[in-house]
Design a protein around this ligand. Sequence first.
Ligand code: SF4
Ligand code: SF4
Length: 302
Amino acid sequence: MSDRVLPKVSFDHTDPGLRPFIEVEAKIILDVFAQARDEVWSARDLVERVADTATSDAEAGAREMSEQVPSTRRLLPVCQEGCAYCCHGPVFASSAEILRVAAHLRATRSPDELAALRTRAKETAARVAPLDLEQRAVEKVPCPLLDQASGRCGVYPVRPIACRAYHSGSVEACKKGFDACETNPLLPINPALFHVAHAYSFGMMTACAAEGLDPGPYDLAVALPAALDDDLSARWVAGERVLPSTAVSERMREGYVTTLGELSADLRAGRLDAASRVAAKLDPDARRRERNKKKRERRKNG
Ligand code: SF4
Ligand code: SF4
């Protein structure tokens, strides 16, 4: 794999404006696990509840925080159904979200549709698994869940948080990045919609890690065939790693293991911030000052 583009946790889990969202969602998901034990849910129901809770909380929480930014300074995404430049790159998603996507497909597709989808998913996985991020941007392999005729997502109600958080204020910027094969195109984004959604995702994954489960992330396109072939929920809930990695996703996962370990320890020790401080910290000027302060500290420390 090229060293020029490394997979990384592109999210600052130490940001005091984001940690409360991690805390809130981690506690919500830990409650889901506790309820599942009390009421003896099936593994499939537990996976569904974990993924659905996190994805809907992420979307609603991000939107709510975005609305706290004055409308004159708030970027509105131009994303529309059928626009899908962004569905031609890797999607890194948690184990629970990938298992949820597969369960949704098994429950909503006919046997023939499912057979065709399995074939497409396997072909896509075989194409993308050996590629690094730069090669992936060149190859522009569509997500196996994208309906290429309509540009619509085939699992829209259960799509991962990474897909929900990704947006842009300019289709032209997306097309430019797509045409130029950029791995990480510079897009105008609404920081609240992007970062807050990811904070909820980290909250859910922190809870999974605290429960001793493999949080992921995995490359959706590579992991999907295994998740479609079998219901892996029971093995995942038993603590097994059930989804296949690539060199890229494995390196990314290693970063997450460290980050989620720190967050789990902070959660146990009560070191994540109180949720009531969220609104103040989301003030863009306060965030800018915080970032500048961190930069100064980093420069000072060499
Ligand atoms: S992120 Fe860009 S490519 Fe994706 S839907 Fe939005 S505008 Fe279209
Ligand atoms: S899951 Fe849906 S939204 Fe996400 S990349 Fe695939 S087609 Fe696009």
